[in-house]
Design a protein around this ligand. Structure first.
Ligand code: SAM
Length: 323
């Protein structure tokens, strides 16, 4: 049974990343997908087109890190041409945005989400194991200067790591037209289970912000984006918004409108379910549109089975499924 209106596809275009964040940490090098396993661009575009024919209206390109993928701008241009696609978005760590923001805008990216967990250079190195804070910051400024439809910063607050930076991030919304979203950490595999006690409940963060700014009003306007798991708020006179995604303490299955596909053509109806439908061989064997659409429909219909917001597959790699 198809439950919600599923109109949002997250397309992970690579399982590789140029960062190595402590809470994500891409799988060991020898476990990366091989060139032959990964879909070619024309296969990704065909698959996306068939998803759009099956009701998808918004596509978010993610990864791994999508901006390290050779020819990514060409892929964006091809996706943009798909009839019926209303919104094309990107999630990135921002490292390569300084040079790629303009080509991305020209290629047709509407909205950008940037993942950034600290505003301190040294700490950035500790969290990501790379000294790229300045690159991300300059990329962010470049994005502001270009006027994308929406710019969001995704922050994962973690005990003992960046919990002292909440107000620093909120201050950004006073100065810039940006939505800062606090996303609760969750562990999807044995490795990240080790960080389980770093989780900070978003209600604590909300309290901290309320105590500092006295007033924070709920914002339900469309500028906060299409329907999704985040609740949005605004500090009076701020240019941007604050969002909370209670991935660990909440359950937003009943409004979940998204489906995921990885760069090898495996479809994941629910982030916590792992991959359930593999259409790699259908694409590689150039099977008919009808056959592929039938598989997409099955995956979309299976969304109704996921209502409990619990992790049923403990082998999920966020660096591969793309968040
Ligand atoms: N490289 C891109 C980026 O950094 O945004 C896209 C891929 S990354 C896996 C997508 C999102 O997943 C990031 O915002 C990241 O913070 C989030 N993420 C990764 N592991 C997570 C975890 N254990 N809990 C919550 N969010 C996580």
């Amino acid at each position: 049974m198809e439950k919600n209106n599923i109109d949002y596809l997250r397309l992970s275009v690579t399982d590789r990343c140029n960062l190595n964040c402590v809470y994500c940490t891409p799988i060991e090098k020898d476990k990366f997908l091989t060139h032959n396993e990964i879909l070619r661009y024309e296969e990704m575009v065909r698959l996306t087109r068939l998803f759009v024919q099956s009701g998808i209206k918004k596509v978010r390109v993610t990864g791994g890190e999508p901006l390290i993928k050779k020819g990514i701008i060409d892929l964006i241009k091809l996706l943009r041409k798909i009839d019926g696609l209303e919104e094309l978005s990107l999630t990135t760590n921002g490292v390569r945005l300084k040079t790629l923001a303009q080509p991305l805008k020209d290629a047709g990216i509407d909205t950008i989400n940037i993942s950034l967990d600290t505003l301190k250079r040294e700490r950035f190195k500790e969290i990501t194991r790379f000294d790229f804070f300045d690159d991300v910051w300059q990329g962010l400024l470049k994005v502001f200067s270009l006027g994308f439809k929406s710019i969001k910063l995704n922050v994962i607050p973690m005990k003992g790591i960046n919990e002292d930076e909440i107000l620093g991030f909120v201050n950004l919304t006073l100065k810039y037209p940006i939505t800062v979203r606090f996303i609760e950490f969750f562990s999807t595999n044995e490795r990240t289970m080790k960080l389980a006690n770093c989780l900070i409940d978003n209600s604590i963060i909300k309290e901290q912000i309320k105590n500092r700014f006295n007033q924070m009003t709920a914002n339900t306007s469309s500028t906060a984006d299409r329907p999704g798991p985040a609740q949005y708020y605004k500090i009076p006179h701020a240019k941007g918004l604050i969002g909370f995604i209670n991935s660990s303490t909440g359950n937003f299955c009943n409004t979940c409108n998204r489906i995921r596909v990885d760069c090898a053509g495996k479809i994941s109806p629910c982030l916590f379910s792992g991959y359930r439908y593999n259409i790699n061989s259908l694409l590689k064997n150039n099977e008919s549109d009808e056959k592929i659409i039938a598989c997409i429909k099955k995956a979309l219909e299976s969304k109704g089975e996921y209502t409990k917001h619990i992790i049923t597959d403990r082998k999920i790699e966020m660096s591969s499924v793309g968040g």
